[in-house]
Design a protein around this ligand. Structure first.
Ligand SMILES: Cc1ncc(COP(=O)(O)O)c(C=O)c1O
Length: 365
C-alpha cells in the first residue's frame, strides 16, 4: 500500500502540444522549454520522450542542461540566461550547448575561455527591463561575437513582458523595437515568441520560437484554459478519499476552524496538501472532482490533507473514491484562480512527494 497521490503525466500530450506550436508558426524552428523540471512535469522524462522530435531544448541554467546530457538526451540545448560563471563556457563547448549573452562579463568570459560555441543568442532588452542590452549594445555584442571566430551563428532574441494581455500595446512596441534593431544589424535570425506570442501574436517569420507553458497544455492567458486553446493538458493530479464524516449545521473544520457548515452534509478528507504542491492559499470553493462528481474545497489546506464536500448533496461520499485535483475534467487554470496564482506556478511548485506516473495516453495526431 502507498499514499494514493499521483501525478499522471501524458508524454504524448506534450509531444502533441509541441507539434501544435510548430503548426501555428510553420516557418519557425522550436525550442521545447523544459526549465524548472519541465514546469514540474519531469525534465528528464519529457526530454527523453521529445528528443527525436524537437529542434532543440531550452533550459534556464547549465545544471539543467547537463542533467539532460547525463540522461542521454542528444538534441541541442540552449541556456536561456546564458552562463553565470566563467568556467561554464568550456562545458558549453564540451556538451555542444548554445547560450544567450546579455552582458559584457559573459562576453569577456567567453573570449577568455576560447570555447567554440555553435549558436549564441544576443539578448535585446525591448522593454521588459530584466535582461539584455539596448539597440547599440546589441550591435556591438553581435559585431564582437562575429569577429571572434568562436561562434558559428549569432542570433538576436528578446522576451515579451505582456504577451498574455491581448489588449496591451507593449508587445507591438517591443516587436517594432526588435525588428528595427534586427534590420539595423542585418542578416540575423530572431527568437522572440513565448507561448502567448506563438498562439496570439504575429511574430517574425523564420528563426526560433520558445514554447513553454503551452507544451504542458496550460494556458498563458487568464481568461482561457489550455483546452479552450486547443491544447492537451499533460498532468492530472489525483488522489483518494481517505476519511468521510457527517457534519451538522454549525460544525467547524480544519486548522483555524475556518470552515463552518451552514447545513448538514458529508465531508471527505483527501490525501493531498501543500507538502505536495497543492496551494495552501486555495480558497473554499476551489473545484475538484470525486468519482467524476463536482466537489469543492471546504476548510484550510493542511500539509498532507484537504477537506472537501460534494457540490450536490444528493450524492454519496465513500473512502477510496478517486479524486481529481486538477487535470482531466478540472482545469489547472481554474484551481490556480482560486489560489490567486497562475497555472505555471501550480505545476512548477509540485514537490517530489507525489508518485509520478508517465504514460502515453494521448493518441498523437
Ligand atoms: C526567455 C524565455 N523564453 C521562453 C519562455 C517560455 O515562456 P512560456 O512558458 O510563457 O511559453 C520563458 C519562460 O519563462 C522564458 O523565460
Amino acid at each position: 500500500m502507498a499514499r494514493p497521490l499521483t501525478a499522471t503525466i501524458d508524454l504524448n500530450a506534450i509531444l502533441q502540444n509541441y507539434r501544435y506550436a510548430k503548426k501555428l508558426q510553420p516557418t519557425c524552428k522550436a525550442f521545447a522549454v523544459v526549465k524548472s523540471n519541465a514546469y514540474g512535469h519531469g525534465a528528464i522524462e519529457v526530454a527523453q520522450h521529445l528528443d527525436d522530435e524537437v529542434d532543440a531544448f531550452a533550459v534556464a541554467a547549465i545544471e539543467e542542461a547537463i542533467a539532460l546530457r547525463d540522461s542521454n538526451v542528444t538534441s541541442s540545448v540552449m541556456m536561456l540566461e546564458g552562463v553565470f560563471e566563467a568556467d561554464e563556457w568550456a562545458l558549453c563547448e564540451q556538451h555542444g550547448f548554445w547560450a544567450a549573452i546579455e552582458n559584457d562579463i559573459q562576453l569577456e568570459w567567453l573570449f577568455a575561455s576560447k570555447a567554440k560555441i555553435e549558436k549564441i543568442f544576443v539578448k535585446l532588452d525591448t522593454g521588459m527591463r530584466r535582461l539584455g542590452v539596448d539597440k547599440d549594445g546589441a550591435q556591438v555584442l553581435v559585431e564582437k561575437l562575429k569577429a571572434s571566430g568562436q561562434v558559428d551563428e549569432v542570433l538576436l532574441m528578446t522576451h515579451f513582458a505582456c504577451a498574455d494581455d491581448l489588449s496591451d500595446i507593449t508587445t507591438m512596441e517591443q516587436l517594432t523595437y526588435f525588428e528595427r534593431t534586427r534590420h539595423a544589424i542585418g542578416g540575423i535570425e530572431a527568437s522572440v515568441a513565448n507561448s502567448a506570442a506563438i498562439m496570439k501574436w504575429s511574430v517574425p517569420e523564420g528563426g526560433w520560437i520558445r514554447p513553454g507553458i503551452m507544451l504542458y497544455g496550460i494556458s498563458p492567458f487568464a481568461e482561457l484554459t489550455g483546452q479552450q486553446l486547443g491544447l492537451v493538458p499533460a498532468m492530472t493530479l489525483s488522489s483518494k478519499v481517505i476519511s468521510v464524516r457527517s457534519l451538522k449545521e454549525g460544525d467547524k473544520v480544519g486548522y483555524g476552524l475556518s470552515y463552518v457548515a451552514t447545513e448538514g452534509h458529508q465531508l471527505a478528507t483527501v490525501a493531498v496538501g501543500y507538502g505536495d504542491g497543492y496551494p495552501r492559499h486555495a480558497q473554499g470553493g476551489t473545484p475538484l472532482k470525486i468519482n467524476g462528481m463536482p466537489a469543492v474545497l471546504a476548510g484550510r489546506v493542511s500539509m498532507d490533507m484537504i477537506t472537501v464536500k460534494l457540490a450536490n448533496s444528493d450524492q454519496q461520499l465513500e473512502i477510496g473514491q478517486e479524486v481529481v485535483l486538477w487535470g482531466e475534467g478540472v482545469p489547472v487554470e481554474e484551481v490556480a484562480d482560486f489560489a490567486s496564482t497562475i497555472g505555471y506556478e501550480l505545476v512548477t511548485r509540485m514537490t517530489s512527494r507525489p508518485h509520478y506516473c508517465y504514460q502515453t495516453l494521448h493518441e498523437i495526431k
